[in-house]
Write a protein that binds this ligand. Structure first.
Ligand code: MLT
Length: 264
């Protein structure tokens, strides 16, 4: 067990229970900036760079989402944050579930955004490990540079073409070691649907209607498992709904925040 802490970014001022924003792969906290600009006043939002992404070190951590979750928790506690609403986009959702399993008392609410609670298929796992080896061997992130175009929905590719360039710049800024680490960590994750079943607190499931990576069926599976779930389908968005339609996703998170406050 390492004692590495991660880079934490205050993206929106406010009091009370904060939103803890966990980014997808292969991005960092910057993917939440457009959404944070659409949050209503008073909701505090913090974004973490996951291990090896953005400004966060790997610090000798083994490639595992449990290690990532422990590091996120350690970082927040060190910053005086004892509880929060976890918001995980894709890989961030996998980390959020691992954190909820490790520290259920930390989690006042949970948003699972363009993600799923199940494990990889054997085929997906093999693909990830191959990408990890390739990125490491070549010492470039070229092997994942095609991701932005495949994550965005058809509508964004047509009408928000500039997003491809923005997302590509975010990916280009990642380190090969961090990308390889994340792929191996994700390949290793178990099914965590049971965490949703056990979670006491409001859950929000958000999915882009054009998400082909974690499609509506995955979202419905999670919504069916959680005790108190609300499902939001974002029209005209794909697997990166927080950047494709930040207004719609911010509205869903603001609603979740109100449900959490009522639940307390
Ligand atoms: C992500 O957006 O974080 C990735 O698509 C997650 C994954 O590869 O499963």
């Amino acid at each position: 067990m390492t004692s590495t802490t991660l880079a934490l970014h205050e993206l929106h001022d406010g009091g009370g229970v904060p939103l803890v924003l966990l980014h997808g792969f292969p991005f960092d906290h910057r993917m939440w900036t457009p959404l944070a600009n659409h949050l209503p006043p008073g909701i505090r939002a913090l974004a973490v760079d996951l291990p090896g992404a953005g400004q966060s070190p790997l610090g000798g951590m083994p490639p595992s989402l449990e290690a990532a979750a422990a590091a996120v928790h350690r970082t927040l506690v060190a910053a005086g944050v004892a509880n929060g609403i976890l918001v995980g986009m894709s890989m961030g959702g996998y980390v959020a579930l691992a954190l909820a399993e490790l520290h259920p008392g930390f989690v006042d609410g949970l948003a699972m955004v363009d993600t799923k609670s199940t494990a990889d298929s054997e085929e997906a796992r093999t693909r990830r490990l191959k990408t990890a080896d390739e990125v490491e061997a070549n010492q470039t992130v070229d092997a994942v540079m095609g991701m932005p175009a495949s994550l965005l929905g058809a509508t964004s590719l047509q009408r928000r073409r500039l997003l491809v360039t923005t997302l590509e710049a975010w990916v280009r800024g990642q380190s090969p070691a961090g990308v390889a680490w994340a792929q191996r960590a994700m390949a290793d994750r178990p099914d965590r649907t049971h965490v949703l079943r056990q979670l006491d607190g409001p859950v929000s499931i958000v999915v882009g209607a054009e998400d082909l990576v974690t499609p509506l069926a995955d979202a419905e599976h999670m919504a069916g498992a959680a005790r108190d779930a609300a499902l939001t389908v974002v029209p005209g968005a794909g697997h990166a709904s927080p950047v494709e339609d930040p207004t719609a996703v911010a509205a869903a998170l603001s609603l979740l925040h109100r449900r959490v406050v009522r639940h307390h």
